[in-house]
Design a protein around this ligand. Structure first.
Ligand SMILES: [Zn+2]
Length: 294
């Protein structure tokens, strides 16, 4: 997961603009609960959080205010995507870092917390798939948060994602991912994210594609059985890590892949690269700007 700064948006001002733009029925109903909602905004980061319990008509109004395309809502949406684009530089979804953002995810589901339907801190640009998979889950049976929050949670120096790279005798590789069982709050919510958003399968696919691409490049960069072949492959691995780790952090499928590959034995690395040279390269979309040998 990627952490970004919360959007620097004056939420009360936005709320007032949105209420002012609503039609006659909704406007007074929203106005009547406006102070309750503003109060709830102050509580947003506290946990455990309980819905304020808006009356159903006001709850509906807040959901509709988000869903309809009124100009204040369009402006908020544009501002959130622009903020995320400038923070991320690549528009990859903060939950999976696999697909591009296309949706706004209500980190606390809008149906359960309509008071946060237009709160910028509760609106996270995400890919459609993560938004769908995440659905309405937000609290575990034990009362813990289900997901990390891209605006407020940071892995810090914790490495919670592990890649396993198995290179067979024929040089064919298998890429797998798992989460380190951890007792820190971040490790627990990351494990939930990993499981709920089905990240294992998505990471395995991307990791395998990336590894195949790397081995293909490395194989093309080696002219034969040079004495320093392994050192050169290790150099390209280090280059790939130097691009991806600062950009995505340690808990990204590519960062974890480079870590795993750097721990492979010399013989395994050479076998994987040699085997790639004997296969037709698979064209894949790459997440690495500068491949080895470029
Ligand atoms: Zn995603």
């Amino acid at each position: 997961m990627r952490s970004v700064h919360p959007p620097p948006i004056n939420d009360v001002q936005v709320l007032d603009r949105i209420i002012a733009g609503r039609r006659r029925g909704a406007k007074p109903r929203m106005q009547a609960v406006r102070d309750i909602v503003v109060n709830a905004y102050q509580e947003y980061r506290k946990w455990p959080l309980l819905p304020v319990g808006l009356v159903p008509s006001a709850a509906r109004d807040f959901c509709r205010a988000y869903e309809n395309g009124a100009s204040a809502m369009v402006a908020l949406r544009n501002e959130l995507f622009a903020h995320y684009a400038s923070e991320s530089k690549d528009d990859l979804c903060p939950y999976c870092l696999v697909e591009l953002v296309s949706d706004l995810d209500h980190w606390l589901p809008m149906r359960d917390f309509p008071e946060y339907s237009v709160l910028s801190k509760n609106l996270v640009p995400s890919c459609h798939r993560c938004n769908e998979e995440k659905g309405r889950r937000w609290k575990t049976v034990a009362g813990e948060r289900v997901y990390p929050h891209p605006y407020f949670d940071d892995a810090g120096s914790q490495r919670v994602l592990v890649c396993s790279l198995t290179i067979g005798g024929d040089g064919v590789s298998e890429v797998g991912y798992s989460v380190v069982p951890g007792n820190t709050p971040y490790a627990r919510v990351f494990a939930n994210l990993f499981q709920d958003l089905k990240l294992r399968g998505r990471f395995c696919r991307r990791g395998a594609e990336e590894w195949s691409r790397f081995c293909g490049f490395a194989s093309a960069g080696l002219t034969g059985a040079e004495p320093d072949s392994v050192q050169r492959v290790r150099g390209w691995l280090a280059q790939s890590a130097a691009v991806d780790v600062p950009r995505f952090g340690d808990n990204h499928w590519a960062s974890a892949l480079w870590r795993a590959a750097s721990q492979a034995t010399d013989a395994d690395l050479l076998r994987a690269v040699t085997a790639a040279g004997q296969r037709r390269p698979v064209p894949v979309e790459t997440s690495v700007d500068a491949g080895p040998g470029e």
